[in-house]
Design a protein around this ligand. Structure first.
Ligand code: MG
Length: 367
């Protein structure tokens, strides 16, 4: 089987809440997502998606995802999409870095492999652990009272895991954490995600001020070293996200006991192949995980569900359903949240079909 053509489609994903805001005044109103179709000489087509969290979160931006396909795509024509190891080796040799560019291509090739095998991707990734997967809800940065009210509303919808977007003014962040914690019930989990937004002294003030609260602290500062120093000063469970973008930082974090939970985003690692490698390493090392991506629509949500559902439950801290945040569906067949949980499709591949509206609007092709 050979790859004959790669087509990319641009899809706008407006937010149901109108805006998603996080540390340092960063915000997005409409996400710019890229759907990638990998076509083969057997007539099977696989689909992937990549959607950076704006241009200022990770070193990734939406137009870059498409420019990268123009650069990388010609090197992949003629490759066998079922041989994921070879494919990733070729991608890494042809284009250094730019993990997010490779993510949608790799995802689409897993879709092809599943369709050829007649098996859902979660089965190819290790099998289905448990009935379904517990989801978190990200609470966009607003005033403490508004964020507490949003936690209450999403709790009513069934969520039991909440990720508060802090990383703003430390005094207000302390209020945000206290207000949100006040509406939780036993068994719920609260994560304060600063998304690199605090300096070290600010982070130390916040963690000291919320010492009496059952809250996880996520990526307080920009650098790994700053985060590690804060980690060593707080008794709170600690999550690393932006600092962990590959196996080397993951292994260093493990050696330093720098985190209790690590956030595995598919595109941050360069696709399902590398995300699975990191996931399996975390399983072996006993590190719990949030399994997700930077952002996305239905296709990314489907891929997240396959990765998360194939992860052993004790180490599956949480996951997320981005398709419920946005007003546009870019595919059918993706998991739909039920009571704060979702499950991976049982259909072959990712189990998704892009909508006609998406497929009517290709923005580039490589053949
Ligand atoms: Mg995070």
């Amino acid at each position: 089987m050979k790859i004959t053509r790669i087509v990319a489609y641009q899809v706008d994903l407006p937010l149901k809440e109108g805006r998603y805001a996080w540390s340092g005044g960063k915000a997005v109103d409409v996400f710019d997502s890229t759907v990638v179709a990998v076509e083969t000489d057997s007539g099977i087509t696989g689909y992937g998606e990549v959607c950076p969290l704006g241009p200022f979160y990770l070193p990734a931006y939406a137009a870059g995802a498409r420019a990268g396909i123009v650069e990388l795509g010609p090197q992949l024509i003629g490759c066998d999409p079922r041989e994921l190891g070879q494919l990733n080796d070729r991608m890494d040799r042809c284009l250094r870095g730019h993990a997010y560019v490779k993510s949608a291509v790799d995802m689409a090739c897993w879709d092809i492999l599943g369709k050829v095998a007649g098996l859902p991707v979660c089965q190819l990734l290790g099998g289905r652990f448990g009935e379904d997967v517990l989801l978190y809800r990200a609470i966009s940065q607003r005033s403490p009272a508004e964020m507490a009210e949003n936690v209450r509303q999403y709790r009513d919808e069934g969520y039991r895991r909440f990720q508060l977007k802090v990383g703003g003014d430390p005094d207000e962040d302390i209020e945000r954490i206290r207000a949100a914690a006040g509406v939780l019930q036993p068994g719920d989990r609260l994560v304060a995600d600063a998304n690199t937004g605090w300096t070290r002294h600010e982070a130390v003030r916040v963690v000291n001020a919320v010492r009496d609260i059952d809250v996880y602290i996520e990526q307080p500062c920009l650098s790994y070293e700053e985060c590690l120093s804060v980690r060593r000063l707080t008794p709170h469970p600690f999550v690393l996200d932006e600092s962990i973008d590959g196996l080397q930082p993951l292994l260093r974090g493990h050696t330093d006991l720098a985190m209790d939970v690590v956030n595995i985003k598919i595109s941050k690692f360069g696709g399902l192949t590398h995300a699975r490698q990191a996931r399996d390493l975390c399983v072996s090392l006993g590190i719990a995980m949030t399994l997700e991506d930077s952002w996305g629509g239905d296709i990314v949500t489907a891929a997240i569900a396959h990765l998360a559902h194939s992860t052993p439950e004790p180490l599956r801290f949480t996951s997320t359903d981005f398709n419920s945040y946005v007003t546009v569906a870019n595919a059918t067949g993706a998991p739909q949240r039920e009571g704060g949980r979702f499950s991976a499709s049982g259909e072959p591949g990712l189990g998704v079909t892009p909508t006609d509206a998406v497929l009517a609007n290709p923005v580039l092709e490589v053949a």
